[in-house]
Ligand binder design. Structure first.
Ligand code: SAM
Length: 287
């Protein structure tokens, strides 16, 4: 099969099968070889690696991944793409297509059954409408993967790697950085896709930590505190955490802040993950 990553070959395949792009499934296919190899090189794929690809489309990234990796398990929701994938990847015996919605899959089971205990990497050009739920599913369910290298909407990538006191810093930054070390690989213009999306993209690598960045008594409480702090961004921490669904009154919040050594008049966006962890651990003892 010819290299799929070109405007000419992509158009030929799409026309041959009368394929109609679904906007609601985030179907924007990659046509630029330089960006394709930035994704693959960013994940440092080698012959040991089992790759999980979310959304192979017509198989553009899959085809190149199959040449570098041990095996590629490509999860595609759209059954209209299956006949295309059987043609485009027909000569690759180390690719398996799973016709499912990734959000509904038991990923632990998938890895256990198909990955033979080898290192697993997630590599994808993700559909933008579900980028965050897909990434958070891998992280929150603690799916055993080494890293996640994905092309996503630029604004989402900026939020994932933002540091305290910056405009993009929020609960997504804390959640992602709790589980991973983010690194931006490259920005990507709209022109490298057919059809062109109406947003800019970024390729980001999330290296999954062996242990979360901070150790806390109750992970759920940590994220409840983070959500409360950012839920009312303009309010001081004291006010944001009071009546926020945490279920504790102002006097307790005052004590918790005092014991943490964190000024109640600060705003959530100034707190580091370590400070959020301290707050949630002290609050835990009051609950
Ligand atoms: N990998 C191809 C490429 O780079 O050209 C296609 C990328 S396209 C941005 C996203 C792909 O994800 C589409 O093929 C779409 O059908 C698929 N998709 C969308 N939602 C999905 C879901 N929930 N589970 C699995 N695949 C999904």
């Amino acid at each position: 099969m010819d290299r799929l990553v070109s405007p000419k070959v992509t158009k030929e395949i799409v026309n041959k099968y009368g394929f109609r792009f679904s906007k609601s499934l985030g179907q924007n296919f990659l046509i630029d070889e330089n960006i394709l190899y930035k994704i693959i090189d960013g994940a440092e794929v080698n012959k040991e690696d089992m790759v999980i690809e979310v959304g192979p489309g017509i198989g553009t990234l899959t085809q190149a991944l199959a040449e570098e990796a041990n095996k590629v398990i490509a999860i595609e929701i759209d059954k209209n793409l299956l006949p295309i994938l059987s043609e485009t990847l027909g000569d690759k015996d180390n690719v398996e297509i799973v016709n499912e919605d990734v959000l509904k899959l038991n990923l632990h089971k998938l890895i256990e059954e198909k990955c033979e205990g080898k290192p697993v990497k997630v590599i994808a050009n993700l559909p933008y409408y579900v980028t965050t739920p897909i990434i958070m599913k891998f992280l929150e369910e603690k799916v055993p993967v080494k890293n996640i290298v994905v092309m996503i909407q630029k604004e989402v990538a900026d939020r994932m790697q933002a540091k305290p006191r910056s405009k993009d810093y929020g609960s997504l930054s804390v959640a992602v950085q709790y589980y991973c070390e983010p690194h931006i690989i490259t920005k990507v213009p709209r022109s490298v896709f057919i059809p062109q999306p109406n947003v800019e993209s970024t390729v980001i690598r999330l290296t999954v930590r062996d242990e979360p960045k901070v150790k806390v008594k109750d992970e759920k409480l940590l994220f409840a505190v983070v959500r409360a702090a950012f839920g009312k961004r303009r309010k001081t921490l004291l006010n944001a955490l009071t009546n926020s669904g945490l279920g504790v009154d102002k006097e307790i919040i005052k004590k918790v802040l005092e014991e943490s050594g964190i000024e109640g008049n600060r705003r959530g966006e100034t707190l580091t993950i370590e400070e959020f962890a301290k707050l949630s651990d002290i609050l835990y003892d009051y609950k």
